[in-house]
Write a protein that binds this ligand. Structure first.
Ligand code: FPP
Length: 275
């Protein structure tokens, strides 16, 4: 897909239908720190990105064993076009090489690849490789790897609003569910459970703003090229230690509508009282 109206979803994935609602976690990662990792070693920023690609492989291999079934990686933000052209060009080539190399291995291992974001500004060769990787892995159902390239959450939300507008009178009444479907495109996935950002910064940088509404946020000082299974396991462990209340409060402070103590059965069967 190359038109701005499709920037929110996965675009035309070529082959295959929807993705079955997975049982595991949806984890998302802002992979930061490649440049600093490289500079600290007296190497080029690009060497950091190449080491970052190795970390992507390690992370995808480790994720299923840690209870993750959807992994969304922020590889290139729509604001990253502001970087020097040489770095941008080298990153585009790295994405292409990675997808060309990994597609078959992913298909064999049951990993489906989809790429989020705009395609109309990407080099033609990369777009063709994305389409090849998506088609080659479209039958895989064990694990979903989503890679965000030229992605902006705000632009994705605007694109969903445009789709809603284009439905006009045919649209069902606007609801969170309808908007989430318009945002997700043809391959909906559950909201993000766990968002990890490496590299020491603590911000979302326009990544999955709608989908992270109730995500647990984990920030680590680890630079992305050093990230590995132990770091992902630590983030997942941290996630399991958090109490997810989705705006409610746990019993025993539950109070029913008439003000008397009572319980409410909330997400995952927990006893909750809505705030
Ligand atoms: C942020 O680090 C990282 C990026 C903008 C690029 C991410 C790319 C990779 C991890 C390469 C491999 C990815 C795939 C999908 C094959 P930075 O350069 O901003 O680091 P800095 O903050 O230390 O400068």
């Amino acid at each position: 897909m190359s038109d701005i109206g499709d920037i929110g979803g996965i675009g035309d994935i070529g082959v295959g239908g929807g993705y079955e609602t997975p049982a595991g976690l949806h984890a998302a990662i802002i992979m930061d720190g490649n440049g600093r990792w490289a500079v600290a070693r007296g190497r080029s920023r690009m060497a950091g990105h190449e080491a970052g690609a190795d970390a992507v492989r390690r992370t995808v291999e480790a994720a299923p064993g840690l209870g993750i079934s959807v992994l969304t990686l922020f590889a290139f933000s729509s604001d990253n076009w502001k970087r020097p052209p040489a770095e941008v060009g080298a990153l585009m080539r790295l994405f292409r090489t990675f997808l060309a190399r990994e597609a078959r291995r992913c298909a064999e291992r049951g990993v489906r690849i989809v790429v989020l974001g705009r395609r109309d500004r990407l080099p033609g060769g990369l777009v063709r490789t994305i389409e090849m990787a998506e088609a080659a892995t479209s039958g895989a159902v064990s694990f979903l790897l989503r890679i965000a390239v030229d992605y902006s959450a705000r632009d994705a939300i605007l694109a969903a609003a445009r789709r809603l507008d284009s439905l006009g009178a045919n649209a069902e009444p606007l609801s969170r569910e309808l908007f989430a479907r318009l945002l997700a495109g043809p391959l909906p996935v559950p909201d993000v459970d766990l968002l990890v950002r490496t590299g020491g910064e603590k911000r979302l940088s326009d990544f999955l703003l709608w989908e992270c509404a109730y995500a647990e946020l984990v920030f680590t000082d680890r630079m992305w090229p050093d990230f590995g299974e132990a770091d992902l396991a630590a983030a997942v462990a941290e996630f399991h230690h958090r109490e997810r209340r989705f705006g409610a409060v746990p019993t025993p402070v539950a109070v029913s509508d008439d003000g008397t103590p009572g319980t409410f059965r909330g997400p995952f069967g927990a006893s909750l009282s809505i705030l």
